[in-house]
Design a protein around this ligand. Sequence first.
Ligand code: HEM
Ligand code: HEM
Length: 201
Amino acid sequence: MSVSTTIYTRTAVILHWLIGVCVLAQIALGLWMITIPKIPPGVRASWFNVHKSIGITLGVLILLRLAWRLFHRPPPLPATMPAWEKRAAQANHRLLYTCMIVMPVSGYLGSSFTKYPILYFGMKLPQWGWDSPVLKDLCSQVHLTAAVILIALIAIHIAAAIKHWLIDRDGVVQRMWFAPPQAASASIEPAPPRIQALERP
Ligand code: HEM
Ligand code: HEM
């Protein structure tokens, strides 16, 4: 089987780890910033703006990843993996994608239904929403619920990865990493002979 059918492509790997690390940091930031006292004013608001700016950037990256994923099939899982585990992995991934979409959308909508403008790394974004405490609360509830579900899904996801890595040792974790050098060079066609080698003095 060729390298390209056994592991994820370079684009998928880069997007997975970039988004994965940023989502974890964003969750930590979100949970920490809501504990910042409202007095003195300013500190809490500025961290909220950092969270919103990272969240919007993540939303765009996640959309790119989803669009990319819709046109690319994942490499097949090892034949040794039981069917229930394959179905569980697929369900986990689908739910992860769903939460990764719901989080930035609910955050952005919630922040749009307040009288405060959204500052994207200091730049004021066009304000199309209106001040509606009811809609804001609804979006906040969705944001919080999706955050709890996302944390549980990530915990299951990481636990499964550790099981495959340390117990099953079936190469599932290596699928989400870059091809080893010998595999990468094996997938490259042999270089044509150098011109100098053909020239005779
Ligand atoms: C992948 C993206 C995101 C993740 C993982 C994330 C995660 C979180 C978490 C864990 C919390 C604390 C729990 C809670 O109160 O809900 C939180 C709160 C919050 N987030 Fe996000 N967030 C994301 C995107 C955004 C975006 C794009 C915005 C706004 C533009 C935003 C605005 C807020 C606000 C205002 C709060 C404070 C609580 C509230 O008013 O709902 N978040 N976020
Ligand atoms: C230490 C942390 C992590 C490890 C070790 C890890 C490992 C992996 C591995 C090995 C796969 C491929 C599994 C397979 O094909 O069945 C995978 C896929 C995936 N991971 Fe992670 N992951 C981590 C963190 C995250 C985080 C934080 C997220 C989301 C916020 C995430 C979202 C996904 C998604 C959506 C897929 C499915 C990829 C696809 O087929 O499009 N991962 N991960």
